[in-house]
Design a protein around this ligand. Structure first.
Ligand code: ADP
Ligand code: ASP
Ligand code: MG
Length: 814
């Protein structure tokens, strides 16, 4: 004998029931089949809703029942040939008349008891199983229908009745012995107490019915047919990358289902475990998929973790106080008062100081728990030796499950490391002494992120998903997007990174897409996006709460820079091309660095100095390896270098500047480059990174720009430069006369920084700088006479974008 169970979605409509018939027919060719079926998908909920509405005195229940009846009639009409329909049609009508009568009674009384609830819910399975039996019969599959209430005996705990196994087993065995039919159809979920009153086994309980029957007949196998291809490494509704588990032990399956894996009703494993019956989880809609085999000992597939699960709507109770230490009996009283109130304990932790006990329970019982516990400890609370119970709500449990976790160190380290890096705060931790389960209590809002992070950590050595939010899609931003698009494949193959741009904005529009914005058409999508509001954009980044989030700031905006602190607080990493944050008052720069460290996020801004050149990274490497920077000399303005390299009096100075702006080397406001401010910011950032507490006011700037050029707007700036052409020409000729080049040099030594134009002779390291080159010389304890030199193109959209790209990858790989 084999037992097959078909869940709600498997029998939701005529089309699905046809699939079920095929599966039963095929199975029956091998061995007799006992098939247990659920109510049509969603019907149990509808019946419950109707009963509750009736009890509240709202007449809507009538409409709900009418629709439910229609749904059943449709199924009959579609499944059964017209000539054979009438008995099934009248069965549906008759049963719904009964449901109507009961609901009318509830409506009049204004009261819904658990006993009546069970009675009403039982119709779901009763009707579905009889329709399916008739449909099979009509299609030539001989079968016998049997009311499970005649077989399964329970106590009278309505809505979650407890099975009397000896009476039940005997009845099932007697039934099977007396019937020679090859196929039997039974309703799941329902049973009756010793007085013959209808009970149910708890929501989702048809799985349990099937296991009880399988154990009683010592079936060769139990097959649970559902809408997914097995028990998966995580809830597929939360984790799109979840995969079916091929083999799993009874204990692991039990643990996974107890901790929220809805695919299997938790008590199901118990009866089959005792009789060692193999259980298969199979997909009705992909019957050829292998599915999951649950058995005594699962295959060691090299992974210590078998699956992840989560339970939401948890409340955490904490009982604390000095009066608890070393005095026996406190926990007994605590758990006794919960048990007496019928409150189930899901998780327990106790600090080794015995100063506090934490208990996780179903959120729905939080209020009741507070009442009974405060009452139980009223005397101690009054005396001050124990604090009133604290209750935290809106929590959830995430759990890591696997038999092989035992004696394998490092798993919890990996678990909490991954959660911590993503800013998931852990409120309590429990590890069963079986070491088969490590559970963490976290905020409900973090569940999806946490489960995905853990899934990536333990199951996806294939790739890690990185979610990028980008502000600024101008010159550099659009180059960055093009590079990201081009490299997506490479990153996936070689670095195992799946980089998705999930949000982007320019100053006018913003766009979000959790699946990743298509980078080949982002311009059109952004154009069609919502109007940009920075506060909304940031709010979205925070509330989406995606794992491995990186915020890339490719604007030059002070407003955007002012939001970094909020993002770090949500453990979002930041890659800034924008120099405003790092060159803002030292205190904010320091605060940002501290916040990033505190929240395990990364703050990278390599492109703040020398565009894509590895300047800040090199400086950090020197310091990390114990070197000390004594002096920095640098040419840090691609714009100024470009201008002075090209200017020789044939074209006006203003024209050279204009060309630098047109080619995209300047800041959006070129006066920041020409006036030296941009270079000051850069040397200040280097000095700060070297450990100096420097402000802009501390830097001396020997500017070569006539003051009048720096007033008014950018057009005025160009006009004024034309007027002062003689001034610029003179500067050039003075240098030329000494066979020197002009360079705008930044230096830092002994805590002091300065910027200004200098004459550079042919012997100087800076003489051979071309185009928009930058160069940085680091004099350190180790590089004493010959400095460490970083040199190359220090401006331009393409190289800046590649620097931002490299920082994003660095942030992603942490
Ligand atoms: P049925 O109606 O067949 O009993 P259920 O809805 O009770 O089906 O259970 C199947 C559902 O369980 C799946 O559709 C899936 O969304 C959910 N689920 C949650 N966790 C898991 C998991 N770890 N593996 C597989 N499915 C899971
Ligand atoms: N129909 C019941 C429910 O929805 C039992 C089941 O489907 O397992 O809870
Ligand atoms: Mg189910």
């Amino acid at each position: 004998m084999q037992v097959l169970k078909f869940g709600g979605t498997s029998v939701a409509n005529a089309e699905n029931i046809r699939k079920v018939s095929c599966i039963i027919q095929k199975a029956a060719k091998k061995e007799p089949v006992l098939a247990i079926v659920s109510a049509l998908g969603g019907i149990t909920d509808v019946l419950l809703q109707a009963a509750r509405k009736a009890a509240q005195g709202t007449e809507d229940y009538k409409q709900l029942l009418e629709q439910a009846e229609l749904r059943h009639l449709e199924v009959v009409k579609e499944l059964i040939p017209v000539v054979k329909q009438s008995s099934s049609l009248s069965l549906v009508k008759k049963q719904f008349n009964e449901i109507d009568d009961i609901c009318n009674g509830i409506f009049l009384l204004g009261e819904l008891t658990e006993r009546t609830t069970d009675k009403i819910l039982s119709y779901g399975e009763l009707i579905s199983s009889q329709i399916i039996s008739a449909a099979l019969q009509a299609n030539g599959i001989e079968n016998a229908w049997k009311d499970s209430r005649d077989l399964i005996v329970t106590d009278s705990s309505f809505t979650h009745a407890v099975v009397d196994f000896s009476a039940t087993n005997e009845k099932i065995q007697r039934y099977v012995a007396g019937k020679k039919s090859n196929v039997h159809i039974l309703p799941g979920f329902i049973a009756s107490d010793v007085n013959g009153i209808t009970t149910t086994l708890g929501r989702g309980g048809s799985d349990y019915t099937a296991a009880i029957v399988a154990a009683a007949v010592n079936a060769t196998a139990l097959e649970i047919w559902t809408d997914v291809s097995g028990m998966m490494t995580a809830d597929p509704r939360l984790v799109p990358n979840a995969k079916a588990i091929s083999e799993i032990s009874y204990q692991e399956a039990m643990e996974l289902s107890h901790f929220g894996a809805k695919v299997l009703y938790p008590p199901t494993v118990q009866p089959v475990l005792a009789t060692n019956i193999p259980v298969w989880i199979k997909n009705t809609f992909a019957a050829e998929d292998e599915g999951t085999l649950i058995k005594k000992q699962s295959l060691n597939n090299g992974n210590d973790i078998r699956g992840l699960s989560s339970i939401s709507k948890i409340a955490l109770l904490s009982l604390e106080g000095s009066g608890m230490v070393g005095i026996p009996g406190f926990s007994k009283r605590l758990f006794e008062s919960l048990a007496n109130a019928g409150i189930n304990v899901i998780l327990i932790t106790q600090s080794s100081s015995e100063h506090s006990i934490c208990v996780g329970i179903d959120d729905a019982n939080a209020k009741k728990a507070k009442e009974v516990i405060d009452k139980a400890f009223a005397a101690e609370i009054k005396g001050g030796s124990i604090d009133p119970l604290t209750v935290e709500q809106d929590l959830a449990i995430v759990a890591l499950i696997g038999d092989n976790m035992k004696n394998h160190p490092g798993i919890s380290g990996k678990m909490f490391g991954a959660l911590g890096r993503n800013g998931v705060n852990v409120r309590a931790i429990a590890q069963g002494s079986s070491e088969r389960n490590i559970s963490a209590v976290i905020a409900s809002v973090d569940v999806k992120k946490a489960i995905n992070v853990l899934h990536e950590e333990f199951f996806e050595n294939t790739y890690k998903q990185v979610n990028v939010f980008l502000t600024g899609v101008g010159n550099v931003g659009s180059k960055l997007l093009a590079q990201l698009e081009q490299q997506q494949q490479y990153l996936q193959q070689h670095l195992r990174l799946q980089l998705k741009v999930v949000g982007m904005a320019n100053s006018k529009k913003m766009l979000f897409n959790d699946d990743g914005i298509d980078l080949s058409t982002w311009q059109d999508s952004l154009e069609a996006g919502d109007s940009m509001e920075l506060s909304k954009f940031i709010q979205n980044v925070k509330s989406k709460n995606l794992r491995n989030s990186v915020f890339a700031d490719v604007t030059a905006s002070a407003e955007v820079a002012a939001t970094y602190d909020q993002l770090f607080e949500k453990s979002v990493s930041i890659v800034a091309c924008n120099k405003v944050a790092c060159s803002s008052p030292y205190q904010y720069y320091r605060k940002l660095k501290d916040l990033a460290r505190e929240h395990n996020s990364v703050f990278l801004f390599e492109t703040n100095v020398g565009a894509g050149l590895p300047v800040i990274g090199t400086l950090n490497d020197l310091l990390r390896s114990g070197d000390k920077v004594n002096k920095i000399q640098a040419v840090l303005s691609g714009t100024l270098n470009f201008v002075f390299n090209n200017y020789n009096g044939t074209r006006s100075f203003a024209q050279e500047v204009r060309q630098a702006q047109d080619e995209g080397y300047t800041e959006p406001d070129p006066r920041l480059d020409l006036g030296g401010t941009d270079v000051m910011r850069k040397i200040m950032i280097l000095a700060r990174e070297a450990g100096e507490q420097l402000e802009m006011e501390d830097i001396s700037n020997n500017s070569f720009m006539p003051e009048s050029c720096m007033k008014g707007d950018v057009e005025h700036f160009y006009k004024e430069m034309e007027k002062h052409e003689a001034h610029f020409k003179k500067i050039y000729e003075e240098a030329e006369a000494k066979q020197c080049k002009l360079n705008f040099v930044a230096s830092y030594e002994n805590g002091k920084a300065a910027v200004g134009l200098q004459h550079i002779n042919a012997q100087h390291d800076f003489y051979h700088l071309y185009g928009k080159d930058n160069v940085v010389l680091f004099y350190t304890n180790r590089y004493v006479e010959q400095p460490l030199v970083v040199k190359g193109a220090g401006a331009g959209a393409e190289v800046t974008a590649s620097g931002v790209f490299a920082d994003i990858i660095r942030a992603a790989r942490v």
